[in-house]
Design a protein around this ligand. Sequence first.
Ligand code: CAO
Length: 418
Amino acid sequence: MKALEGIKILDFTHVQSGPTCTQLLAWLGADVIKVERPGIGDITRAQLVDIPDVDSLYFTMLNSNKRSITLDTKNESGKEILIKLIKSCDVLVENFAPGALDRMGFPWERIQELNPRMIYASVKGFGPGPYEDCKVYENVAQCTGGAASTTGFDDGPPLVTGAQIGDSGTGLNLAFGIVAALFQRVTSGRGQRVQAAMQDGVLNLARVKLRDQQRLAHGPLTEYPVNTDVDETPRAGNASGGGQPGWAVRTKGGGPNDYIYVIIQPPGWSHYMELCSRLELIDDPEWSTPAARLPKLDECFKIIEEWTLTKTKLEVMDILNARDIPCGPILSMKEIANEPTLRNTGTVVEVDHPTRGKYLTVGMPVKLSDSEAKVQSSPLLGEHTEEILLDVLGLSKEEVNAAWNSGALGEPAVKGID
Ligand code: CAO
């Protein structure tokens, strides 16, 4: 028995933010029915294609454990089937451009009428306001949510990060909202609207930068290794900008990822200075306290780097952790793909796909002791169309054939069951 077993999700998501959410729900045991446009499907099936005529990694890594039905929701028979699906499912999730579901003829009021227990969950770029009708992709959200203005180096342009905090971050928020709404439904008996805006999701993750914006009213941000004469939270390079000074220092090897992120906390100072053979700085009042080090953190990290350059990043990791000093080697994706621990915990998983063969993907990032998440392949386009019509909606074979003939499910001539 899985945590969400018995819950049916009508999945109208595409690209990344929405699929992240429904994939999490599928890993928790929900039956996720992905509705896709006949012949086309989720646009990412054919984006960044590495193997011709095979679903892209973009798609397969976001849609595992789901079932796929092709349904033209603008076709009259398609709409009838959609109504039946709305009546049979617990949650409808979508991340269309604003208003798309309304234009299909299914605004929230109608969905509530059809199924008062339905939870209707959406990702949009922005919440209500002047930008609510805008289409949004990942980097737009990173820029409008405050992450880009605070990422990068002080003397360079704003930068976006490689972590998909706008898409996957908002997908996580939406999944959390859906699970809470399912819990509330147990007592209220009613569904509800759940909305997550990508701008809000990014800002939520960037809250410490909003904290620093307010601290500026009371003086310069001395923890930032940059010009402090500013009235907006600056870009901090690799500095933490917080209570624990840190920096990415070079290590032996000289490669683009031969770096380790080191943190200087008061108990670690004497250990660092021993390792760096600078015993005289351990008790020197010019260096021995956080306040004394603050104005010369760059010099502190230079001293530490002279030592880290004599070791590999993993050697430094071992030596510092043995002394309880937090640090993080900069791991490349190549290293992560081959990291045995991540494979053992199911954080990186090898999956067998019917047309692609074996590939790596990420697994459930939260581990539940009573609800193991087994990552399965993503569905082929329309792979479960008939199965869903028969098993979920209880249609007869004749009704399924009629649906094929109507064009609601895709090319009418070539399909049909006996
Ligand atoms: N049957 C019939 N029509 C369907 C269908 C189906 N099964 N599935 C989708 N469609 C239609 C939609 O109804 C819509 O038609 P209209 O424009 O006539 O209303 C159309 O397909 C395209 O949908 P879309 O506007 O959502 O897609 P897009 O490629 O133009 O925009 C995106 C993509 C992501 C910019 C937009 O969906 C969006 O802003 N979503 C909200 C924010 C979000 O999630 N962004 C994350 C993207 S990942 O970086």
